[in-house]
Design a protein around this ligand. Structure first.
Ligand SMILES: Cc1cc2nc3c(=O)[nH]c(=O)nc-3n(C[C@H](O)[C@H](O)[C@H](O)COP(=O)(O)OP(=O)(O)OC[C@H]3O[C@@H](n4cnc5c(N)ncnc54)[C@H](O)[C@@H]3O)c2cc1C
Length: 736
């Protein structure tokens, strides 16, 4: 080994079991994703699974996923190796030394007070497991994690427990089972974990063992006995119960803490910290050295969290679900069940009264779809055709042929104002924002490698005032990015005005006719062109109306001061009767935007995709005076044939569905994966998009003439490919 310290690695593989057909589809989808990372993953039947693990009862197994290259490490040896490696590189290690106090000095250095003295650091990494929030609070940094009890037992010695046994995962039985020195270690991720408040933990911050809890562990252990009947005849040598940190979205957190430059966090590992730790450590080291992540880490960026997520009641209620989420069915569009509702738009109760089925994003309750009268609005998930599709299809039809209204109050809204607002935004945005008042600009924001950090719309409200609109999910991260890039010498004030405005999005070919009934504004093309905004009346309210669409139709987003939102909504609905106005939810938005190939950050746009690769070259003004963040990195790509491009796909089979992470094959070879997809109800086929990689360049000819297939859950489906949207490729419909 590089460090001279053996880590006890054995490559015994992992065997994930499916007890039912739904889980088998999930495993097949995982096998498909694994291939895109070059990992060999094989789906096998119950008998083959028993060949690999003779003790299992195949009657409980519908199929399995075997990854031969997986293995196990000895945790103590592995940590000693990491220590040894760090020391070799010049690190000093202080064991059993408490960081008692953290301070940020006026010089920008951090002072860490310990019993052996004060350590001054230019860069500080907070990685104290579940104690991280306590330390972070001393610096005003929020770290939303919460402890849960995590339990495993170790049996007495068993003949069947030989070292070559793969690690067994039985998600439907909530357990994992590993060979451990001739015994079996049975651990669980039960459906609802047991949250543990940090003040209930013993004071000493070393290795903590919590009391046995057989009542809680009984269900997983009974399930383990179903799969390995021999467990019924063996005693338990040890019950281990330890506290571990869980996060609201079951993903760990990494990166520079918003508002605390040079203070980094690596915490909240959801009981997978040993597995993830080395990779997370490397990614963080690169981030610190380069000043920016060297890969797409948006999913785990600590800045993704919203302030409310540090609320202790919220965390306590969510933590148990986060533990269960490690093994629950990872249905497409699955919603959290705990710690809800947190944030409600002023229209929430009106939507609920009209049978909305809500989903949660950034704490907001958002209508996902509307059930017809008499039907209970409840999600029934599926890997194929969930129960809401038929209703979503109706909402999509209304959007394409008539008019819909969607409550998008959860949008993040930010005011940027001051004498230097324009100069600041010109530097931040690749788009040209020095435009006449009332003009809207769609622009990505880029990092220094030219990668997309987010995409926003910018509305010039006045010479020295702009309103920025971000998606609800990315709003906090966007704000952190904006504030990180502020030049303190400039006169610019950044204010989060999300709560001040509700948003009604009125979309569809009849949206103009409907709005004309309730507003005295002139909404004709000449008076109100696409990508402009104006203050208009809506009933008694005054709204900032933005002529925009995320579905590819004529439409307006009405930003209405929140206290006027209910009145405006009632006015709209009453007038809408004449137009068969339909309430629509976020599922419809997703299907419609995929048909029109509008990209979404977090799916189709990421910090390692450039605007040219994403087909968003139109949004980048390379020659604007003064440049912008990321400009220089884009220069080599300008006007070139690229080896990576976002391509649209339409499946030939009208029955098949796409969600995300399906494989893209060109002439049989893997060339990428689907970043997002949905059934196109207007097209009658599933559509999706994803980056295609090709060493000779992804040209129009390659895209249009190549033999593409999309592999879904290990099955291949022929697909048509295009660099443009399959629905209204020339964008005629938005022109109204
Ligand atoms: C029973 C159990 C089984 C598990 N099994 C697995 C597994 O099989 N695979 C896997 O990947 N993960 C597993 N995990 C999870 C894994 O152990 C954790 O995710 C991982 O240890 C988290 O690493 P960490 O560095 O974030 O926190 P920790 O490992 O908790 O380390 C934080 C350290 O910071 C120290 N500290 C706290 N406050 C201070 C302070 N003020 N000053 C100085 N030091 C401080 C603590 O003493 C501690 O040593 C398991 C967890 C449990 C409880």
């Amino acid at each position: 080994a590089e460090t001279g310290q053996a880590v006890g690695f054995k490559q015994n593989g992992t065997l994930a079991l499916a007890r039912n057909s739904d889980r088998l589809v999930e495993l097949k989808r995982s096998a498909t994703i694994a291939k895109s990372f070059g990992i060999e993953a094989n789906i096998i039947g119950p008998t083959q699974a028993q060949d690999l693990y003779p003790a299992i009862d195949p009657n409980h197994v519908a199929g399995a996923l075997f990854i031969a290259d997986d293995g196990q490490l000895n945790p103590v040896d592995a940590i000693m190796a990491l220590f040894a490696g760090a020391r070799k590189c010049g690190a000093r290690v202080f064991e059993n030394t408490l960081a008692e106090r953290l301070q940020r000095c006026s010089s920008g250095l951090y002072h860490v007070t310990t019993p052996v003295g004060v350590i001054a650091c230019e860069k500080l990494v907070l990685c104290c497991g579940l104690w991280t929030p306590i330390l972070a609070a001393q610096l005003g940094v929020r770290v939303p994690l919460h402890a849960c009890e995590h339990m495993y037992v170790v049996t007495e010695p068993l003949d069947l427990a030989v070292p070559t046994l793969p690690v067994l995962r039985d998600c439907d039985g909530y357990t994992y089972i590993k060979e451990d020195a001739g015994k079996l270690l049975v651990g669980s991720f039960e459906p609802r974990g047991k949250p543990l408040a940090i003040d209930k933990l013993p004071a000493e911050q070393h290795f903590i063992e919590l009391p046995e809890d057989w009542e809680h562990f009984e269900l997983p252990y009974l399930k383990a006995m179903e799969i390995i009947p021999a467990l019924a005849d063996v005693g338990i040598a040890r019950f281990m119960n330890g506290p571990e940190s869980f996060t609201p979205d079951s993903l760990f957190m990494l990166g520079e803490a918003p508002g605390a430059a040079n203070c980094f966090v690596a915490a909240g590992f959801n009981s997978e910290g040993f597995e993830m730790g080395a990779g997370a450590g490397r990614a963080l080291a690169e981030w610190i050295i380069q000043g920016e992540p060297t890969m797409d880490l948006a999913d785990v960026d600590i800045a993704r969290y919203h302030p409310f997520q540090a609320n202790s009641k919220y965390l306590h209620e969510r933590a148990g679900e986060s533990l269960g989420a490690i093994y629950h069915m990872h249905w497409p569009n699955r919603q959290h069940e705990s710690a809800r509702p947190v944030r409600k738009s002023p229209l929430h109760d009106r939507l609920a009264a009209r049978n909305a089925c809500f989903g949660e994003t950034a704490g907001w309750e958002r209508a996902m779809w509307f059930a017809p009268p008499g039907e209970v609005p409840k999600d029934v998930y599926s890997h194929h055709w969930p129960n809401w599709y038929q209703h979503t299809a109706e909402e999509c039809r209304a959007a394409r042929a008539g008019v819909i209204v969607l409550d998008q109050s959860s949008f993040g809204k930010t005011l940027i104002q001051g004498n230097d607002a324009c100069a600041f935004l010109q530097h931040l945005c690749p788009g040209d924002v020095d435009v006449p008042v009332g003009k809207l600009i769609y622009t990505p924001l880029l990092n220094h490698q030219g990668g997309i950090e987010t995409d926003i719309t910018v509305d010039r409200l006045a010479e020295d005032r702009y309103m920025i609109v971000s998606s609800a999910a990315t709003h906090s991260r966007d704000l952190a990015w904006i504030e990180k890039n502020l030049d303190r010498q400039q006169q610019v004030a950044v204010t989060d005005i999300t709560s001040a405005y509700s948003v009604l999005s009125v979309q569809g070919p009849r949206s103009r006719d409907l709005l004309a009934r309730i507003s005295d504004a002139d909404l004709a093309n000449a008076a109100f062109p696409f990508l402009t905004s104006q203050e208009i009346s809506i009933g008694y309210a005054l709204a900032i109306a933005k002529r925009l669409t995320f579905i590819g139709e004529l439409g307006w987003e009405l930003h209405i001061p929140s206290e006027f939102a209910q009145g405006a909504f009632d006015t709209l609905l009453e007038a809408g009767q004449e137009f068969d106005l339909r309430l629509a939810g976020y599922h419809a938005l997703e299907h419609l935007r995929c048909e029109r190939a509008y990209r979404e950050f977090g799916l189709d746009l990421a910090p390692d995709d450039t605007p040219f690769e994403a087909g968003l070259g139109f949004s980048v003004k390379m020659d604007k005076p003064g440049g912008f963040i990321g400009h220089d990195a884009l220069v080599p790509q300008r006007g070139k044939v690229l080896n990576k491009r976002l391509v649209m796909f339409k499946l030939a089979d009208p029955e098949a569905v796409l969600f995300h992470d399906e494989l893209i094959r060109l002439d049989g070879d893997i060339v990428g994966y689907i970043s997002s997809g949905a059934y196109g109800f207007t097209l009658g086929h599933a559509v999706g998009m994803g980056y295609v990689h090709h060493p000779d360049g992804v040209t129009k000819e390659l895209v249009e003439n190549g033999q593409f297939e999309i592999e879904i859950a290990c099955e291949r489906y022929p697909a048509e490919a295009s660099l443009r949207a399959f629905y209204d490729p020339t964008g005629e419909r938005v022109k109204g």
